[in-house]
Design a protein around this ligand. Structure first.
Ligand SMILES: [Fe+2]
Ligand SMILES: [Fe+2]
Length: 259
């Protein structure tokens, strides 16, 4: 099974990178074209948060206009720049978004690899949180299917990245999440966004990967505070799960046309 991950679309934001204005809508269109060109082997697409900038309905409508052209089914989660009620309203036909009345978390059961989306969104905050209610839900979901290989995905990485500007707003509840993951061997991997860079780490008995943004990247600022976007290419990740092999994650750059 192949799951393609795109993240941090930031529709509505117009950054300038190395003097060049970036059209995040056009970059999303190119990401969709790229995924469709990968072919029928792609079973699902996960979009790991920061779909928009302000979380407005018009921004979500722009996201929807692009994602509706995807050939495989796509599953959305929220990041710090999202807004739950507007996301639900514009994607009203995405039934999984309505599985829980409060949080945008869910499990997708129809693929060989079980997909479990988590909700780390905290209104008005840049950082994320897995509160006791969200952790309890995850414990129950994982306990229900202990033998099904599972991919978790959430916006905020649960580990310290080493980049101070991100670690200042680390995800609360990460330690508790780690204890849950350790207790459930079926977790094949955890896919995140938020950092706008590629990263991977061995964490609590599994592997956590961070996918670069499909729109723009941040620099590897190990001693900086606030940093501007850097001229590195948009990318997605292709997570390939095979029985007996496990999860192999590929970084795939999204070809860009002159915009
Ligand atoms: Fe982001
Ligand atoms: Fe974010």
């Amino acid at each position: 099974m192949i799951v393609v991950q795109i993240t941090d679309l930031h529709i509505g934001y117009a950054p300038t990178v190395a003097g060049v204005p970036i059209d995040t809508g056009a970059r999303l269109d190119l990401a969709v074209e790229h995924i469709n060109r990968l072919g029928a082997a792609v079973d699902a697409v996960i979009v790991t948060g920061d779909l928009t900038t302000e979380g407005s309905r018009s921004e979500y409508a722009r996201v929807r206009a692009s994602l509706s052209r995807l050939t495989p089914p796509c599953y959305l989660i929220a990041g710090n720049h999202d807004e739950r009620s507007n996301l639900r309203a514009v994607f009203a036909d995405h039934a999984y978004l309505h599985a829980d009345r409060t949080f945008l978390h869910y499990s997708i059961e129809e693929h060989p690899l079980r997909l479990v989306g988590l909700d780390t969104h905290v209104p008005g905050e840049e950082g994320g949180e897995l509160c006791e209610g969200r952790l309890r839900w995850l414990r129950e979901v994982l306990a229900a299917e202990p033998r099904r290989p599972t991919l978790l995905f959430l916006h905020h990485p649960p580990f310290r990245s080493g980049i101070p500007s991100f670690d200042a707003t680390a995800c609360r509840g990460a330690e508790e999440l780690g204890a849950i993951v350790r207790a459930h061997e079926q977790v094949q991997g955890i896919a995140c966004g938020h950092i706008h860079r590629a990263m991977h780490v061995r964490w609590c008995g599994t592997v956590v990967t961070v996918c670069p943004s499909a729109a723009f990247q941040y620099p590897l600022a190990l001693d900086g505070e606030h940093v501007d976007p850097v001229a590195e290419p948009p990318a997605c990740m292709l997570h390939m799960w095979t029985p007996g092999v496990g999860l192999v994650s590929h970084l795939s750059y999204i070809p860009q046309r002159a915009l």
